[in-house]
Design a protein. Structure first.
Length: 313
């Protein structure tokens, strides 16, 4: 899809998404929709570093959880507005991305993945030992009255997360077809060759790490008002990191639309199963889908569609 065509589509989707809560009063629709949009954002953010640049990040929960706790602290203790909390959450996760990028992006493969996983564990341990944000006991947040014209705060949060998800998609699409995207793909394919050809490898890796962290932070910042009670085990859950990795792989790694497709399908299935059976099966669903796609469609749904189109043409 051409970028010039994507922008008006995004605007239309945002307008429709903002109007739907004013007409359709089904609370669960926005409760589940928030999670689906959150995972679309996380999967898209992960893809910027993991898909385009080829650096597999297993620490998504660390970026997400850090932003969520900072947002909760600012909202409840300082009384900032939600937009300020969003910017603060995105900024601290972007800074974390730059920091971890500067110190570990010389690592490749499993070594980088282990380093990011360790980062998430370290951040969780810090939160557990910080009384100001509830420590191991947890942290409560109280939802304020929803801004007009919304009558329910979940409806408002749904619209906020829709805007964040759309912003992440537009950013990913812009990167994919730009010099930045071509440079990231070049270093993913052969970092040494890309550097020899004059690609500013380290700067691009830092940019990808910062942008990826920023959108992970934006996804986490509204979470305290969604869940109202946070405790470290759930906010830094391995489920979040696993989903963020699996969804782009299922949808189509290294494409802007792959994480959108994978996250929308998988998160919707997980929400349906959570209501009908239980959330304990969520990781089982991810495992089964990953095995199925590795065997039947190793390039994800996007790769499968492209192969079918190629055969028909």
């Amino acid at each position: 899809m051409r970028f010039a065509l994507l922008i008006p589509i995004v605007i239309i989707v945002m307008v429709i998404g903002a109007i739907i809560p004013l007409v359709v009063k089904i609370s669960y629709l926005y409760f589940a929709g928030f999670i689906v949009l959150m995972y679309i954002t996380l999967a898209t953010a992960w893809n910027i570093l993991g898909g385009y640049a080829g650096y597999v990040n297993f620490g998504t929960a660390g970026f997400f959880g850090l932003a969520a706790y900072l947002s909760a602290f600012l909202l409840e203790s300082v009384g900032v507005s939600l937009p300020v909390a969003l910017l603060a959450g995105g900024a601290i996760s972007a800074a974390l991305g730059l920091g971890i990028g500067y110190s570990t992006l010389k690592l490749r493969g499993i070594f980088f993945a282990i380093a990011t996983l360790a980062l998430a564990i370290v951040i969780q341990m810090i939160i557990i030992n910080t009384p100001a944000v509830g420590g191991a006991v947890g942290f409560y947040t109280l939802r304020p009255p929803p801004p007009p014209p919304y009558t329910n705060y979940l409806e408002f949060l749904f619209v906020v997360m829709l805007g964040i998800a759309l912003a992440s998609i537009v950013t990913s699409r812009a990167i994919e077809k730009s010099k930045i995207g071509r440079g990231l793909i070049a270093l993913r394919d052969d970092e040494t060759a890309a550097e020899c050809m004059g690609v500013p490898v380290f700067k691009l890796k830092l940019l990808a790490a910062g942008l990826s962290g920023f959108f992970m932070g934006l996804a986490g910042a509204p979470y305290p008002y969604y869940i109202t009670y946070m405790e470290p085990i759930s906010v830094f859950s391995l489920d979040i990191s696993v989903n963020a990795v699996a969804m782009p792989l299922i949808g189509g790694l290294g494409t802007w639309i792959g994480p959108l497709i994978g996250a929308a399908i998988v998160a919707a299935i997980q929400q349906a199963v959570t209501v009908t059976i239980g959330s304990e099966l969520n990781l089982v669903i991810i495992g089964v889908l990953l095995v199925a796609f590795v065997v039947a469609a190793p390039y994800g749904i996007v790769g499968l569609i492209r192969e079918r189109i190629r055969r028909l043409s």
